[in-house]
Write a protein that binds this ligand. Sequence first.
Ligand code: ATP
Ligand code: MG
Length: 223
Amino acid sequence: MLTLALSKGRIFDDTLPLLQRAGVEVVEDPQSTRKLILGTNRADLRVVLVRASDVPTYVRYGGADLGVAGLDVLLEADAGDDGDGLYRPVDLGIARCRLSVAAPVGWDYAAAVRQGARLRVATKYLNLAREHFAAKGVHVDLVKLYGSMELAPLTGIADAIVDLVSTGGTLRANGLAEVERILDISARLIVNQAAFKTRAAALRPLVAALRAAARPSHAEAQS
Ligand code: ATP
Ligand code: MG
């Protein structure tokens, strides 16, 4: 039995069409079941539903043989890990967004940086934010939040946020604007390194099928 770790929402929704193109149908809908283990049309493949940020952990410890995780989650987790036991064979090109700095409309971020001001920045990506501002030589106090980052500047607990942006609609609705792009994000297939060797006969064809089904990042301009 192979186990694929997915998170509910965007990752699940965007992975389904790739699985379909690879000949895999998930037989239950996560919206209408409370089950955390879903069967597929293949007797040898099941899906487990975990938190987005837990996908690398399940795959690393072998609770799942493979999984789909955002580059944001992978890079943020990396900072705390060494020799992480994961292969990342495929950029699936789905769940695309970018990690950006956003600030209230009208607040001059560039000027604050130029003046060497000490900024208070709210984010759930402490490691990525720390690295970004350190590389720029900007002094920051980071405030860890788990969600609704847009509220932080509105309530005065931060000058700016570091968060994922896709259309920018949520930022606009809350009087914020993207002021700096840090990193382009898409979801990656990750595979347990040991499983890739010991279960090669089952895993390799599935990885190959998902690679073939994926729309790589650089194809965007051509599609
Ligand atoms: P949780 O809800 O468990 O706290 P989460 O909020 O990170 O986790 P999602 O919002 O489903 O879960 O995001 C999962 C992944 O989807 C992210 O890690 C990121 O890679 C990608 N993602 C997040 N927001 C967007 C977005 N606005 N557009 C496209 N992809 C996104
Ligand atoms: Mg979310």
